[in-house]
Design a protein around this ligand. Structure first.
Ligand SMILES: Nc1ncnc2c1ncn2[C@@H]1O[C@H](COP(=O)(O)OP(=O)(O)OP(=O)(O)O)[C@@H](O)[C@H]1O
Length: 781
């Protein structure tokens, strides 16, 4: 670059001096670390990036572009080029020229000359020397800077921070909050309208905004889970203290072995339901641990109620692990006569309460529980802010599934009513104000006439507000905190805390179960500091696989390609994944001599914000991949047909199977045609759907476009596939290996299977042997 500047200097000496100064002036900001950040149209005033107003030397020195990491083209190139092509850029460069040379106006040259004349060599000598020094050192300085700023090839963490598409951690988190929390989204979003699920998407991530870690894997034997020793605040966010262990002792490993359902003394009706649902008739490790424990027995009055934590990897059957002991107990202590006398619409008095963070999860878990009630008669209700009516009508409720927010609203109806009332009052006040204004106008217009009465013809007419029922815990026997780490984390601790305090007041002897896939020091601290939750004897049923990704989950790294944009890279990888699934199916069919199933695999793409989700959907749709977005405020046009609840096609249906009603051939045909047309294959979402949801085995791939903030969030997002023993893949974009992940060491420790593809295919679009195979396979079809 310097050589070019010098050439110019030789040709136009006075100009060269000016250029030298101009360069000196621009060298410092240009050399800053920000200059090389790839961005999409995020340039701020004064930002001299490619997308903004670069220094002249950068612009003219075209060769310099070829020195840049190629990725900067991919991710910022398009807009930068647009701007470059814009004549205004040159115009304004000229202006800047003038400004630098003379402090404004078009008389740059004249003023520059004046400056030079004014410029006493001796006086200004220092300046010139400084300029020279910059020029001399320019090559090296700038060379270093480029190396430093090469986000893609070095320092993975910087890249994560600065790639604008790939999210800049906190920035996007903030945006997430902003985008998701407002009530306006609840109101406007008819499809997903009511309920607390759309307040704060970030709520569903690991507690706290800072780095979270998994508790270290240690042998634990009979040692205490809950420490007497307090955690130093400094250690809370770092690697957990050694005392928070995960079992590796032989006794636990033996207890966790898969066993027949019939070995645990489960009631016949529940056993039948289990046998129908899981035809292999075997438990998962966490089920073996829970069902072989005291949880299946009536609590011993001398010892006190059950207190236990169930911890196991994602998709390992924790829901049934807690449902069975709770239902077994509810059935054993069922007094149908007294329960059935509970009048409808009276206080709701559940015997078991399952708290969860999201509405989607509540709905799904309630469906899992209902699938038992066909055999074991129990009344199960799922509550959300929108369906108070069903809670009201239920009369007797054995199991109530609710989000923490809904439950708190039911517990403190007065607070809720006050909030509603103040909302109504402010609406009324604004209406009154506008009425008054129109009255005044009418009076002015008909000063002599009689005042007409203004009718309230407002539309829509006032809705009759369904009064929420009052919840009381006088009959409560079980409290389950599902996704305990989220419920006790910063986001929900107020709601959960209020509920726990009510339990303490009204049902201090109720059994409490904590259920989680990730134990962090912060969570254990929260449990420890709550005497009701940690009341002794406290049992821990932690699967030996806790804090490991499922065995059948393959981890992949796909660096950004050298062409296209991040969005197109993701689209290419999604297509490749589908082709791979199709080939796997074909190979399996050939091997087994069976016919092709022609099953269509699905994928879930996690991005940082709702806006990005929409961009992603557009890109995937433009490549003929049927896609929907499911975020707090995704436009309804991206959510698929409302009537079909498209998200359900990604989830396991836990509805009890009913006797099939034969459909007319015409109806079947129409349904098939519709399915063919609208069945989405990709779901683009944010952290909102990362917790607990039971995605179907058809979801073979999870794509993490924005790397999750920490290892806990990684575990939960990745855990939406490879569930219940099925195979799945999780792909991290923009990273080549573990060392580029901020929490790479922690991640390396929990991954059990890494794809070799990272070695074979360093770029998402490079042709490789596998792709050639895929193409050949596709051509054969
Ligand atoms: N004994 C079993 N045999 C086969 N499949 C099972 C068994 N128990 C549960 N499953 C299935 O495993 C899947 C995952 O179960 P579940 O949703 O309870 O996992 P989880 O551990 O709660 O996951 P997460 O931590 O993500 O919430 C479900 O589809 C469930 O039906």
């Amino acid at each position: 670059m310097l050589s070019r500047a010098s050439t110019v200097a030789r040709v136009v000496p006075p100009l060269a001096q000016v250029l030298g100064r101009a360069f000196t002036a621009s060298a410092t900001p240009l050399g800053g670390g920000k200059h090389q950040r790839p961005r999409f149209g995020m340039s701020k005033p004064g930002d001299r990036e490619r997308g903004g107003q670069p220094g002249r030397f950068d612009r003219r020195d075209r060769d310099r572009d070829s020195d840049r990491p190629v990725e900067s083209y991919e991710h910022s190139g398009q807009r930068s080029f647009e701007k470059r092509g814009n004549g205004n850029a040159y115009e304004s460069r000229g202006q800047r020229f003038d400004r630098r040379d003379g402090g404004g106006g078009g008389g740059g040259y004249a003023q520059r000359n004046q400056r030079f004349e004014r410029g006493d060599r001796e006086e200004r000598g220092g300046r010139f020397e400084r300029d020279d020094r910059f020029s001399r050192g320019d090559r090296e300085d700038r060379g270093d800077r480029f190396q430093k700023n090469d986000r893609f090839e070095a320092r993975g963490d910087r890249y994560q921070k600065n790639d604008r598409f790939e999210s800049r951690g906190d920035k996007f988190q903030k945006n997430d909050r902003f985008e998701s929390r407002g009530e306006r989204f609840q109101k406007n979003d008819r499809f997903e309208s009511r309920g607390d699920r759309f307040q704060k998407e970030d709520r569903f991530e690991a507690p706290g905004r800072t780095e979270q870690t998994l508790a270290p894997v240690e042998s634990f034997g009979d040692g205490p889970l809950i420490l007497d020793k307090p955690i130093h605040p400094r250690d809370r966010q770092q690697a957990g203290p050694r005392e928070f262990p995960v079992p590796k002792d032989q006794a636990t490993v033996d207890r966790a072995k898969r066993r027949d359902f019939g070995e645990f003394g489960i009631r016949a009706d529940l056993l039948e339901a289990l046998g129908q649902k899981f035809v292999n008739g075997k438990t998962t490790p966490v089920q073996s641990l829970a069902w072989s424990s005291d949880l299946m027995k009536e609590p011993n009055p001398a010892k006190g109620p059950h207190r236990a934590i169930l911890g196991a990897e994602t998709g390992s059957g924790k829901t049934h692990a807690y449902l069975v002991p709770v239902m077994q107990h509810l059935k054993a202590t069922d007094n149908v006569d007294s329960a059935s006398t509970a009048p409808k619409g009276a206080n709701v008095q559940p015997r078991a309460l399952v708290l969860q963070p999201t509405h989607e999860l509540t709905r799904q878990s309630a469906a899992m529980a209902k699938s038992f009630t066909h055999h074991a008669k129990l009344s199960v209700v799922g509550a959300s802010t929108g369906n108070y009516t069903s809670v009201r009508r239920a009369g007797r409720i054995d199991m109530l599934f609710a989000t923490a927010t809904t439950c708190k609203n039911l517990l403190f109806p007065q607070e809720e009513a006050n909030k509603e009332a103040s909302k109504e009052a402010s609406k009324e006040a604004s209406k009154e104000a506008s009425k008054e204004a129109s009255k005044e106008a009418a009076t002015e217009a008909h000063e002599e006439g009689e005042q007409e009465e203004v009718e309230d013809n407002s539309w829509p007419p006032k809705k009759e507000v369904v009064k929420p029922p009052h919840l009381d815990f006088s009959r409560l026997d079980w409290l389950v905190l599902d996704e305990t780490d989220v419920l006790l984390g910063d986001a929900f601790k107020e709601e959960t805390g209020a509920i726990i305090e009510r339990v303490r007041a009204e049902a201090p002897n109720c059994n409490i179960l904590l259920v989680t896939a990730t134990l962090s020091p912060a969570l254990l601290e929260s449990i420890k500091t709550n005497d009701l939750l940690s009341q002794k004897p406290f049992a821990k049923h932690l699967s030996p696989g806790l804090h490991q990704l499922p065995t059948n989950l393959e981890t992949r790294f796909v660096p950004w390609s050298k062409r296209g944009t991040a969005l197109t890279d993701v689209a290419a990888e999604v297509k490749r994944g589908f082709a791979e699934d199709a080939m796997d199916e074909k190979l399996a069919a050939d091997r087994e001599g069976a016919g092709l199933l022609n099953s269509k695999s699905k994928a879930v793409v996690f991005v940082g914000t709702a806006k990005k989700a929409e961009q992603m959907v557009k890109t995937l749709l433009s490549r003929d991949i049927p896609t929907i977005a499911w975020t707090s405020d995704a436009m309804s046009e991206f959510k698929g047909p409302k009537s079909k609840s498209p998200i359900r096609s990604f989830l396991v249906s836990h509805k009890p199977e009913r006797a099939a009603v034969p459909e007319s051939p015409a109806a079947t045909e129409t349904a098939a045609a519709q399915d063919e047309n609208v069945e989405p294959r990709v779901l683009v979402t944010t952290s909102m759907l990362s917790r607990g949801l039971d995605f179907s085995p058809a979801v073979s791939s999870i794509y993490l476009v924005d790397p999750p903030r920490n290892v806990l969030d990684f575990v939960h997002r990745a855990g939406r596939t490879a569930r219940g023993g099925y195979h799945g893949r999780v792909t991290l974009f923009g990273l080549a290996n573990f060392s580029q992940v901020r929490y790479g060491d922690a991640l390396k420790g929990i991954v059990r299977k890494v794809s070799t593809r990272q070695a074979i295919v360093p770029g998402a679009r490079r042709p490789d042997a596998r792709m050639a195979q895929l193409r050949a396979f596709k051509n054969r079809q």
